[in-house]
Design a protein around this ligand. Structure first.
Ligand code: F6R
Length: 361
């Protein structure tokens, strides 16, 4: 049932304020400025012993894991990174008893992720799942985890589950941080930021008409560049994947800092750039990157907290805490991909060559 929407993708994008509300519900502990995660199966002593976090997923879940890694590293101060599960399992990785492994999957059935979990468990590692589908194969195989509570996702491409997965990682990062050395004040600051998310998501969704007009403006591009820095880079990667999957427009994602090391050669009027430009300590650096693009006559659409003079257009999103900004900045770009694909007459819920869950190798 599409509930009055023309596609499941549109329905799922539109449900995100409620979905985020669900992943937060019953988990926040105001008294101790932390969160409770019932299924984690990891006590405080074990949590203090973790030396590294390795996150594994595919596609959109891998991108959500990248933001998850930066949340864990930022809030819990544990070195963390995200890797495609498929790459991990084929490179005979060192499996380390002091590393916490986290498998990320919407469906909980993706073969490459499941196989990585099984290999890790065989070698005695502790593996948690950040999974949407309750009781799925990966959820059952993991030692514990956090359910994402996005609700059923029918469209082949993932939207609301991406957002909820990142919020689930913010909860996990806050939990680990408060066991290690995140202060009460910082815990409170993140909790207040989390509580603001549903309202801010709704505010972004209300700007859909403007994003639709922008999509019409960019839909004739043969190719698009997406750039961001540090926290903005996974947002760029995910936005570029979404555009490719449903519109079939070629897109590249790069850290803005890497532009001058090669991809700047691609910039010309026919290759527009989407720039992720949060008001954080890297704002000036991002402005400099936009200037380099302008100098090559590249067209720029910025996603930012205030109008960007260097850009041809700016989509303004509400500001949250720096750590949580990537969650909000991804949402208008889901709508941009959606309306671009719609303008091009694509079959949005069933893009060519793709399946909802990849249960084979
Ligand atoms: C992207 C998309 C795919 C999935 C990937 C992993 O929109 O849908 O990239 O994210 O196949 O699927 P799950 O999360 O079910 O393991």
């Amino acid at each position: 049932d599409m509930g009055g929407h023309d596609t499941y993708m549109h329905k799922e994008i539109s449900e995100q304020a409620d979905a985020v509300d669900r992943v937060l519900r019953g988990r926040i502990d105001e008294k101790f400025s932390t969160v409770h995660l019932g299924g984690l199966n990891l006590d405080a002593r074990e949590a203090r012993g973790i030396r590294r976090v390795k996150i594994l997923g595919c596609g959109t879940s891998y991108h959500a894991g990248m933001i998850g890694a930066s949340l864990i590293e930022g809030l819990a101060r544990i070195p963390a990174d995200s890797e495609p599960a498929s790459e991990f399992r084929y490179r005979n990785p060192v499996v380390d008893p002091d590393t916490l492994y986290i498998a990320v999957s919407q469906s909980g059935e993706t073969y490459d992720v499941l196989a990585a979990v099984q290999e890790l468990k065989r070698k005695g590692a502790r593996v948690l799942g950040v999974v949407n589908v309750v009781g799925s194969a990966i959820a059952r195989e993991a030692d514990g985890g956090v359910y994402v509570h996005a609700g059923p996702e029918v469209c082949v491409v993932s939207t609301k589950c991406f957002t909820n997965t990142v919020v689930a990682f913010a909860l996990l990062a806050l939990h680990l941080g408060r066991i290690r050395d995140l202060s009460v004040a910082d815990g409170k600051r993140i909790i207040e930021g989390l509580r603001k998310l549903p309202g801010q998501i709704q505010e972004i969704l209300e700007g859909e008409e403007d994003i639709k007009k922008l999509a019409a403006e960019y839909a004739d591009a043969k190719s698009m560049m997406f750039i961001g820095r540090v926290r903005g880079y996974p947002v760029a990667l995910e936005a570029s994947l979404k555009l490719k999957e449903i519109s079939y427009i070629h897109a590249e994602a790069y850290p803005a800092s890497e532009l001058k090391h090669g991809p700047l050669a691609l910039i010309e009027p026919a290759m527009p750039t989407v720039a992720i430009v949060p008001n954080d300590s890297l704002l000036e650096k991002n402005r400099a990157a936009m200037e380099e693009i302008k100098a090559r006559s590249g067209k720029i659409l910025a996603v930012a907290h205030q109008v960007q003079e260097k850009a041809d257009h700016t989509i303004i999103v509400p500001k949250n805490e720096d750590e949580l900004d990537p969650i909000l900045m991804g949402i208008p770009l889901q709508l941009l991909a959606y309306h671009t694909a719609l303008a091009l007459g694509r079959d949005i819920d069933k893009p060519r060559n793709l399946a909802k869950s990849v249960t084979v190798e």
